[in-house]
Design a protein around this ligand. Structure first.
Ligand code: BES
Ligand code: MN
Ligand code: ZN
Length: 518
């Protein structure tokens, strides 16, 4: 990963490949003009105060995501200036307002990605405190991410330059950062811990399904748990059969790669609260006997994104030493058609004892989650949050960048939504309309795994609710849209696995540790 340093150096004397500055769309009296953001004063001065005009000539507007390169002014050690758009200048209404953390995160990410192949860049973005330092650090570390281990001469973990891809930016100096300031150092340390785990979640999501079976995923979780002092327990197919986990076994039954349930327990001696995170970990979703048509299964290696997010969040909580107990449940299975696969029409006896008529084997996520939610419930945590690439319907409703938040408690749903927005993860509250429960009534079992087509994301949420212990606060994040980016990279989000929900889960753990939640 890119090495980060806090630097008080002045831009002109810095030995670097590039200096990154921020530009914005002017507000108030400067409305309509491009403005150079604070932090870039030295660069502007070397252009005789005419940098904004130079950039406008080059076509810059200050829009979010925009990147303009220009030669550095005479006398600068670095040869290149990279101007990134921050969107609207703050302060039209409130003169004291600084740049929004998410604008900084995105701009830093755009610059870090564009500087792939470079050794060192100095980031001279507007810094008004530790919050801005943390946001820029996150943006750099997330934006510099690349996945090319499967390319010829793919870059090794040591960051060597590869034939096909450029190595990620090796070093970033954050100007305006104070190397001896505890808050600044803490912000960088937090950003490093969270983004390292988030980027590992991206790696897992991007890893092709022939190389990431449930057993392999469980092994990776075991190794990480050992490294970070997290207790880990893995149930293999034999243990799942003995325990009566009919949902996970049913879904995993069609694959030669047998299912696993992984339990990760991070505990803190001073913790007063206990959170349970449950992740959908379908390492490949072919649809099973209700096979998905071509065009719908090419990206289904991403169907373990929920489990990857839970895994990353538990490890990040441990690395940050948060004063809260966090249990992560990874429900891992591969959904494949075969002679041993679950059939449409089969009835499964779930871990909770309820029976489910499987009407569509492609609605498999709710089956593995049902067992894991019940297992989580038996420990009676203060709250459960599950994360899943659960329904195409949620993508139709909210598009590909926003996840849906459902819950059995309005206040908790709002808290989760707020935490998501706070860390820069677009989310939106969705209802659980009672009338949709009727569509899942079964002739033979307690419930069917399918209901009305309309509102399919909410139907799935209602199904999950049946497997949450009575009186346990629960929220469900349907990340089917944002988990995997099929379009081009944007902000600090790469193509492919995004690590959606990791930062929301970490924030929820922090808020719970601080006593600010529940
Ligand atoms: N993994 C899919 C949902 C999905 C679709 C995730 C697209 C990411 C992108 C899930 O298992 C699924 O197949 N859901 C079905 C449910 C239906 C059969 C009730 C769906 O959404 O079509
Ligand atoms: Mn499916
Ligand atoms: Zn699925």
């Amino acid at each position: 990963m890119t090495a980060l340093t806090l630097s008080t150096a002045a831009a002109p004397g810095l030995r670097a490949d590039a200096i990154v500055i921020g530009v914005a769309k002017g507000a108030g009296p400067r409305s309509g003009d491009l403005v150079v953001a604070p932090g870039a004063e030295a660069v502007d001065k070397a252009y005789d105060g005419k940098l904004a005009g130079v950039l406008e000539t080059l076509g810059a507007s200050g829009a979010e995501g925009e990147l303009t390169k220009l030669p550095a002014p005479a006398g600068f050690k670095a040869p290149l200036v990279v101007a990134v758009g921050l969107g609207a200048e703050p302060g039209a209404k409130d003169a004291d307002a600084g740049y929004d953390a998410e604008a900084l995160r995105k701009a830093a990410g755009v610059a870090a990605r564009a500087l792939a192949g470079s050794k060192k860049a100095a980031f001279a973005l507007p810094v008004d405190g530790a919050g801005a330092i943390g946001a820029i650090a996150e943006g750099v570390l997330l934006g510099a991410y690349s996945f090319d281990v499967y390319k010829e001469n793919g870059q090794a973990k040591n960051g060597a330059r590869s034939k096909n891809g450029k190595a990620p930016l090796a070093e970033a100096a954050l100007l305006g950062g104070k190397p001896r300031d505890a808050a600044h150092k803490g912000a960088v340390a937090r950003a490093v811990a969270v983004t390292e785990e988030l980027n590992r979640a991206r790696d897992l999501i991007n890893t092709p399904p022939n190389d990431l079976t449930p057993a392999i995923f469980a092994g990776i979780a075991q190794a990480a748990a050992k490294e970070h002092g997290i207790k880990v327990q893995v149930l293999d197919d034999k243990a799942l059969a003995k325990g009566g986990y009919g949902g996970i076994l049913g879904v995993g039954g069609g694959s030669a790669a047998t299912p696993r349930l992984v339990k990760l327990s991070y505990t803190h001696p001073k913790a007063e609260k206990h959170l349970a995170y449950v992740g959908k970990g379908i390492t490949y979703d072919s649809g099973g006997i209700s096979l998905k048509p071509a065009g719908h299964n090419e990206t289904m290696k991403c169907d373990m994104s929920g489990a990857a997010a839970v895994f990353a969040a538990v490890v990040a909580a441990a690395r940050l030493g948060l004063e809260v107990n966090v249990t992560g449940w990874l429900a891992l299975a591969e959904n494949m058609p075969s002679g041993s696969a679950v059939r449409p029409g089969d009835v499964l006896r779930m871990y909770s004892g309820k029976t489910v008529e499987v009407l569509n084997t492609d609605a498999e996520g709710r089956l593995v989650l049902a067992d894991a939610l019940w297992a989580a419930s038996l420990e009676n945590p203060d709250a459960i949050v599950d994360v899943a690439t659960l329904t195409g319907a949620m993508m139709l409703a909210l598009g590909s960048r926003t996840f849906g938040v459902m819950a059995n408690d309005d206040a908790f749903r709002s808290a989760v939504h707020e935490a998501a927005e706070e860390v820069g993860e677009p989310a939106w509250p969705m209802p659980l309309p009672e009338h949709l429960r009727k569509g899942m009534e079964s002739q033979v079992a307690d419930i069917a795994n399918m209901g009305e087509r309309m509102g399919g994301g909410l139907v799935a949420g209602l199904f999950l609710r049946e497997f949450v212990g009575e009186d346990i606060t629960w929220a469900h994040l349907d990340i089917a849209g944002p988990a995997f980016n099929e379009g081009g990279p944007f902000g600090y989000t790469p193509k492919g696995g995004t690590g959606s929900a990791v930062r929301t889960l970490v924030r929820l753990a922090e808020l719970t540790a601080a006593g600010d939640l529940g």
